[in-house]
Design a protein around this ligand. Structure first.
Ligand SMILES: Cc1ncc(COP(=O)(O)O)c(C=O)c1O
Length: 408
């Protein structure tokens, strides 16, 4: 009864397992999904807060980390932690940079002038969250006409209070990989930590990045990277990784206290108690796919993205904001005065599709993964119909505000 009620509750949810969602969810195959869910169930009530009690979870986290370290071409000194995902990783990067700055420059500096993080306007909102939580200035630098970070402008925006530089591989909104070699060089020269957010790309770019698109620890000056297993690792939600170039950099993000009546308390991340489920799910899928499996998944998702991009470019009312570097697509209206892309998104919902809406500029956003491999024709047909219907409703301004990316 309770379980059938749960089934009933989800009747209006988007059918992501059928490839109807270009957002929020990822699905590799029924078999992988079942493996992930079984592994999750086995460890769902185990607590990763204290791996002394659960050496299994310690081992699994180390195995997942080792796998990701290899994909990122991390140095032998590379060290990291599993996190609950991109947002926690990025908040921790800001926190770690703040702690390092306080350790190096003294706490009085924080009160005198305040610190800042220099990042492109495209870097993920979770960095804004981190800066807000720790009262640090988020110094956003406009991206270039190609949506990529403006390396010169970012370095020009740094001053003696800059504690962190950030680039993305790729950035979420338009899906392009930022150039980063000049920033890396300058970050190293000025001794500023430099984070590359590869939450989206970390499990894709090892297999699809062209040679002339450096994005990982092979870039001099990169001090940390974030990668999500619950995106293109296809694991259950709650699995990410943060990797530092060495343990000295990593130590600033860990937290230890004895200032209460409960003894020594330590944790590597923001959460205290955390489920072993996501860790077991990520571990199981890393074993299941391995490097070769993830290569196949990445190439399939990339091929599907390029097919979609090609088909979308043939629809005269729409325009691709840029050619995709990875598996993210950003779509605008050829003439925004005639067509609201947000109305197109609402019409797509009528056909069961869920796509993200974002601004500025007003755009649709698609996160493509292997579940969409055989969905291209069906989606494109419905997209054309959605455009026609939206054109008829173009005076209907009630629906023109985009749906938010998250919820409160
Ligand atoms: C580039 C990038 N960084 C960070 C995040 C945040 O990840 P999460 O929502 O899993 O916390 C996302 C999410 O899409 C992302 O695309």
């Amino acid at each position: 009864m309770i379980l059938s009620n749960l089934e009933q509750l989800r009747v209006n949810d988007v059918r992501w397992r059928d490839g109807k969602a270009f957002s929020l969810t990822y699905s590799a195959s029924d078999e992988a999904q079942q493996l992930s869910e079984t592994a999750y169930r086995m460890f769902s009530h185990e607590n990763a807060l204290n791996v002394g009690a659960f050496p299994s979870l310690k081992r699994m986290q180390q195995d997942v980390l080792d796998f990701v370290l290899q994909l990122l071409q991390a140095p032998a000194s590379g060290a990291g932690f599993m996190t609950s995902g991109g947002t926690e990783s990025l908040i921790l990067v800001v926190y770690g940079a703040l702690q390092r700055a306080i350790a190096q420059r003294g706490p009085e500096r924080l009160n005198e002038q305040g610190f800042n993080v220099v990042l492109p306007s495209s870097a993920h909102a979770a960095l804004e969250k981190g800066c807000t939580y720790f009262n640090i200035e988020s110094r956003r630098v406009p991206v270039g006409a190609d949506w990529r970070a403006d390396e010169q402008a970012m370095i020009a925006a740094c001053d003696e209070n800059t504690i962190l530089l950030v680039c993305s591989a790729p950035q979420y909104p338009q899906g392009v990989v930022d150039p980063m070699e000049f920033i890396g060089k300058e970050a190293q020269r000025r001794d500023i930590p430099f984070h590359v957010d590869a939450c989206m790309g970390g499990m894709l770019l090892p297999f699809i990045a062209p040679r002339d698109m450096p994005w990982n620890f092979s870039v001099s000056g990169v001090t940390s990277m974030s990668v999500d297993l619950h995106k293109y690792g296809y694991s259950a939600k709650g699995a990410g990784v943060i990797v530092y170039a060495n343990k000295e950099l990593r130590q600033h993000q860990t937290f230890l206290t004895t200032n209460w009546l409960g003894g020594m308390y330590g944790s590597s991340g923001i959460l205290g108690t955390k489920s072993g489920g996501p860790i077991a799910s990520a571990w199981a899928l890393v074993q299941y796919f391995g490097v070769d499996g993830y290569r196949t998944l990445a190439l399939t998702a990339r091929k599907t993205t390029l097919e979609l991009a090609h088909q979308i470019s043939l629809i005269p009312e729409l325009v691709l904001r840029t050619q995709p570097d990875t598996t993210l697509l950003c779509i605008g209206a050829q003439n925004p005065n005639l067509l609201s892309v947000f109305l197109v998104a609402r019409e797509l919902r009528e056909f069961g599709w869920f796509v993200d809406e974002q601004t500025p500029p007003d755009s649709l956003h698609l996160t493509v993964n292997v579940v969409h491999e055989n969905k291209v024709d069906e989606f494109i047909n419905d997209l054309k119909k959605a455009v026609e219907r939206a054109l008829l409703r173009s005076s209907d301004s009630a629906f023109e505000a985009p749906l938010p990316y998250g919820s409160v």
